[in-house]
Design a protein around this ligand. Sequence first.
Ligand SMILES: NC(=O)C1=CN([C@@H]2O[C@H](COP(=O)(O)OP(=O)(O)OC[C@H]3O[C@@H](n4cnc5c(N)ncnc54)[C@H](OP(=O)(O)O)[C@@H]3O)[C@@H](O)[C@H]2O)C=CC1
Ligand SMILES: O=C(CO)[C@H](O)[C@H](O)COP(=O)(O)O
Length: 468
Amino acid sequence: MANRLFDFGMIGLGVMGRNLLLNMADHGFPVLGFDRDAAKTQALETSATAGTTVKGTGSLEELVQGLARPRRIMMLVPAGKPVDDVIDSLMPLLDEGDVIIDGGNSHYTDTLRRVKYVKSKGFHFMGMGVSGGEKGARFGPSIMPGGDVQAYNNVKPMLEAVSAKVNGSPCVDYMGHDAAGHYVKMVHNGIEYGIMQLISESYSLLQHAGLTNAQLHDVFAKWDDGDMHSFLIEITRDIFLKKDDKTGKDLVDLISDKAGSKGTGKWTSQDALDLPVPITVIDTAVALRNISSFKEDRVEIAKIYPGVEKINVAQEAMVEQVHDALYFATLISYIQGLAMLQSASAALNMEIPLQNVVRIWRGGCIIRSGLLETFYQVYVKNPNLSNLLLDETIAGLIKSKLANTRTIVAEAAKAGIPVAAIASALSYFDAYRTERLPTNLVQAQRDYFGAHTYQRIDMEGTFHTEWQ
Ligand SMILES: NC(=O)C1=CN([C@@H]2O[C@H](COP(=O)(O)OP(=O)(O)OC[C@H]3O[C@@H](n4cnc5c(N)ncnc54)[C@H](OP(=O)(O)O)[C@@H]3O)[C@@H](O)[C@H]2O)C=CC1
Ligand SMILES: O=C(CO)[C@H](O)[C@H](O)COP(=O)(O)O
């Protein structure tokens, strides 16, 4: 290793760690990466761009000794125990003022604990969300740092250099106090779950309308070129054309319908229930991944309740209706996630700047889309908006897609096609636009069986009635 000092160290040279480190090297920073697996340290070095300074090591001591001070060390290892293990093996080797960054998908409560623990030992610790997958990490992710401001300022120039750019603006900014970076990333992933479920329901509807994979490709290509431009629509477009190299068939048709998950969607729903904030599209997306895993039961139940009716709409009209329903429900998925961030920011004193959240989500991340620019303009006008449904630009978009959304949800229900996430988006919207909900009856029932009391609309105070 000679006496060269490196600018940045990475622990964990898997999909994200290796690519982000190579991205840093491409931007002129000499970097050093550690992995327990020699094949990964070697892969790091062999995939480096010519002329960049990239070095791999299997020794944590060597990594620490090779870095300029104060040291900047990021880990991109699986969430949970591996993060604690890395912190514990790293700290004895560090000097006061060194910065440790957890760039993985850690639960924000773990981050809160680690911030305090690492600070008590004299080091800086920052929880940071990174989104964009393999390609994003390599060529420009969206980066969500939070917590220790000193640590953030220390790495800010590097993060800005490697992040995606939209209109020259880097897709990285300070997301707020404590574990705000990981909180924002968690909700990003919740929205991601929601949109992915909505796209899969749209795919199902269009299949029922008789579209082939080649036609689905063309429809998604058109949508991506229009008002529904987004990363997830773009990759879906490409998926429909991918051939299986083993059989020559369309690969998407050969993939099992059991969807896996690593937990961030579930965490979003769990935390939303605790706040409490309704995020019905995200909850439904999590539930549908769970339903997907009960394959054996689904196969048996399908035998007892067979048959899906034909949807009685012409193909071209149905494509238009599905477009509008997907647009509408995608809007609602973002709206719910952002309303959750607004509430969580206040509840946990994170001071999350929503305007900057949507600004840095415009590029690099998995949920980047044309809609983010619209949200950004809305928050520039009114940074403290509690729910985007209150904004007139958003209201215009919602209203323009509503009739077709209602039609397709009704048709899907009549035909027996599951569109739970689209329907839950519509019901959320209808509930929010209902001035008087039937929950007066729920209050009466609670008081009837549990003397839980209720309030009246015609007089002040709290009341209880002997109902029998
Ligand atoms: N993949 C993605 O698209 C994204 C992932 N993330 C998050 O980034 C983090 C890393 O993900 P990803 O790169 O995909 O994961 P990978 O599995 O590709 O890489 C993880 C790396 O961590 C190392 N590692 C695991 N346990 C330890 C440990 N106890 N000590 C030291 N190193 C360890 C592994 O080394 P070894 O091979 O020796 O086990 C491996 O090199 C996760 O939190 C993930 O959720 C965030 C955004 C996107
Ligand atoms: O953070 C990510 C993207 O933003 C990861 O790809 C994440 O693992 C996706 O979640 P899941 O595996 O639960 O679908």
